[in-house]
Design a binder for this molecule. Structure first.
Ligand code: ADP
Ligand code: MG
Length: 629
């Protein structure tokens, strides 16, 4: 394409100095014209044959052929305008495909997280295999400088990981034995042995790549609007041009007594051709999807995966932000503050026994409470002693351990089993334990708010998100204390997962039309809420597949600051879309009106078409730069 543009441009310039005339001149110019635009002519022709007549190709073909015909009729030999229209149109097209390619490459840089191989040990040798051949539970070896191909747990070695491609976070993360690592990170220093916990297809990289690839298919309302607009707009423009060419001269002939001859029509036909060139909708048709594409690309580079242009558009209209507490605003890493037996007294062996019971009952759960209990217990659990595990969202867990029926959870769980929980004076999240229908005691756990939660709430208020709500299954006292420390005034506590859905539905109903309600959760038992809200934001959800499926936005790290950031990215992108609509329609509108009065010549028309397109495309690419937002 570039070669064609260059050849055609060079020939056009050369022709300005060549002293030719008559048919020779026409032949030379026609040659250049075909070099520059044969594909456009072909597309226009096939559009006519297939019944889809009115598109940009048709506009350009008609305008240029018309310009040739006029010049021929006038015997002026001035074919330059026709060629210029075609040539500049092609330059615009080339430029646009370059810009699209660039933002694609930027997303591809994110795609660069795709690992090509995994190292496994076989008969004492390290062999390279395709990542999708590695089974769950296999040991893989990741050397310095290599990408982690599959999610897993470090079994041996220490190193720091570069997670920037995933999270946009430039600080390296140190890992050692027992730490979870996700695929796509780059191992920077030491050799790591990792026991895989997932298959390649289920690992973080595969999920992310799938998500990014799919996001292009979800069109925003603005894009759909523009596509529909172009479908009706282009034919309207063509008929308007025809009317401009025919009606005014007819009027003059009938009422002003002009001669009925081509000379009366000629200036109007010229104006109609200019009209066609100006009104080409490509600046809009091209730049708006490109803006969204660039916005989604920029967001994913800062660790915010947005599942589609429609979501990005909705994000910019968020006025109500709902947060889940545990794991979203708080770290979800509970410390054990106290262990009380049934008589609210510390007994050493007894408390050890309580913790052991709780840790055993919880050993299959992925709830933050469970993970913290496992950590506090610290010993390996013989899973063969545990059976009939059942988890009740927002309540807790029941299981059979060594033949004893054990229940671990909050007061609600106890009461539902007909056991009266003993209240506790220590502040915190209370985990009650009962064995064989009798109350055994409780563990008091404390969660810590995330370092950035308070700032995130403040920034959201700063972006005009007027209503910030916290939902939690935890007790009122813990909930209120947390909310107060974060500056959140609206709190609903003691909610079961189903209650959270109801609460979000109430908020959805009270939101004004055009204003959106977003919910951010960690995805542990809140997948239904994630899908019910206008926008579901899953936090650091690489661990929970259900959340990734249900969420519209996935934040790659747990950082709540990414929520206001995502909103700012979406606002910037939508701002650019709006600017482009105003610039394109504005310039074109003015030129069209001037053109109808004959003030605009072909060169200004070319600017109104190609110039505006280049400006709009350059502006669209700006949506990608979101680092300092
Ligand atoms: P949040 O809304 O804060 O994320 P959840 O809905 O996950 O909290 O849980 C609400 C409450 O239910 C917890 O505070 C806890 O008391 C109890 N709970 C839920 N799951 C478990 C579990 N696996 N073990 C013990 N308690 C649990
Ligand atoms: Mg939760």
């Amino acid at each position: 394409m570039l070669a064609r543009i260059l050849v055609a441009s060079a020939m056009t310039i050369a022709l300005q100095f060549a002293d030719t005339g008559g048919w020779m001149r026409l032949a030379l110019y026609l040659t250049v014209y075909f070099i520059a635009g044969y594909d456009i002519l072909k597309k226009a022709a096939s559009g006519i044959i297939n019944g889809r007549v009115f598109d940009e190709n048709f506009l350009m073909a008609t305008a240029t052929i018309g310009a040739f015909a006029l010049a021929l009729y006038e015997r002026s030999g001035d074919y330059l305008e026709a060629i210029a229209v075609m040539l500049f149109y092609q330059i615009g097209e080339f430029f646009q495909s370059y810009a699209v390619g660039r933002s694609r490459r930027n997303i591809a840089a994110l795609m660069d997280i795709r690992p090509d191989y995994a190292n496994i040990e076989r008969d004492g040798n390290t062999v390279r295999v395709a990542p999708d051949e590695v089974e769950t539970g296999a040991i893989i070896i990741v050397g310095p400088g290599e990408k982690i191909p599959i999610d897993g747990l470090v079994t041996e070695g220490r190193s720091s990981l570069n997670t920037s491609a995933l999270t946009g976070e430039s600080l390296p993360r140190d890992v050692g034995p027992g730490d979870e690592v996700i695929s796509g990170c780059i191992n920077m220093s030491g050799m790591l042995k990792i026991r895989t916990t997932k298959e390649f297809g289920e690992s973080a990289v595969s999920k992310i790549l799938e998500l990014v690839e799919d996001s292009a298919a979800h069109k925003s309302k603005s894009e759909n609007f523009i596509a529909r607009f172009a479908r009706t707009y282009t034919p309207v423009v063509c008929y308007a041009a025809l009317a401009l060419a025919v009606l005014p001269p007819l009027f003059m002939i009938l009422f002003k007594g002009s001669a009925f001859g081509f000379a009366t029509f000629e200036p109007w036909i010229y104006r109609a051709l200019i009209f066609l060139v100006i009104s080409c909708p490509c600046a809009l048709v091209v730049s708006i999807p490109l803006s969204f594409f660039a916005g989604i690309g920029g967001a994913s580079r800062s660790g915010v995966l947005v599942k589609g242009a429609d979501i990005l558009e909705a994000l910019s209209k968020v006025k109500t932000m709902v947060f889940d507490k545990t794991g979203t605003l708080t770290q979800g890493v509970f410390e054990i503050n106290a262990v009380h037996d049934g008589n609210d007294m510390d007994i050493k062996e007894e408390s050890m026994h309580l913790l052991e019971l709780a840790a055993m009952a919880e050993c299959y759960s992925s709830h933050p409470i469970s993970k913290s209990l496992q950590k506090a217990y610290g010993k390996n659990i013989d899973r063969s002693r545990i059976s009939d595990v059942e988890e009740y969202g927002g309540h807790g867990i029941t299981a059979v351990i060594d033949g004893h029926r054990v229940a671990v959870g909050n007061g609600k769980l106890m009461r539902s089993l007909g056991i009266e929980p003993v209240p506790c004076r220590t502040a915190g999240t209370i985990i009650h334990i009962a064995a064989d229908g009798k109350y055994a005691g409780h563990i008091v756990m404390g969660d810590v708010v995330k370092a950035h939660s308070r700032e995130a709430v403040g920034q959201l208020r700063g972006c005009g998100v007027s209503r910030i709500v916290m939902l939690t299954g935890d007790t009122a006292s813990v909930a209120e204390q947390t909310a107060e420390s974060l500056g959140i005034t609206e709190v609903y506590s003691g909610l079961l997962p189903a209650d959270k859905v109801k609460q979000v539905e109430i908020l959805l109903r009270s939101a004004r039309s055009g204003e959106k309600v977003a919910f951010a959760g960690d995805g542990i038992n809140d997948a239904p809420v994630l899908s019910r809200a206008d926008i579901g934001i899953a936090m650091g959800a690489m661990g929970s597949d259900a959340a990734i499926e249900a969420a519209d936005v996935v934040l790659m790290d747990d950082d709540p600051l990414k929520v206001p950031k995502a909103i700012r990215i979406s606002r910037k992108c939508l701002g650019i879309v709006r600017q482009n609509i105003v610039i394109a329609l504005g310039v074109k509108g003015i030129c069209l009106i001037l053109g109808a009065f004959g003030v605009v010549n072909m060169w200004l028309a070319i600017f109104a078409d190609v110039g505006v397109m280049v400006i709009a495309v350059l502006n669209a690419v700006r949506a990608m730069y979101v680092k300092n937002l």
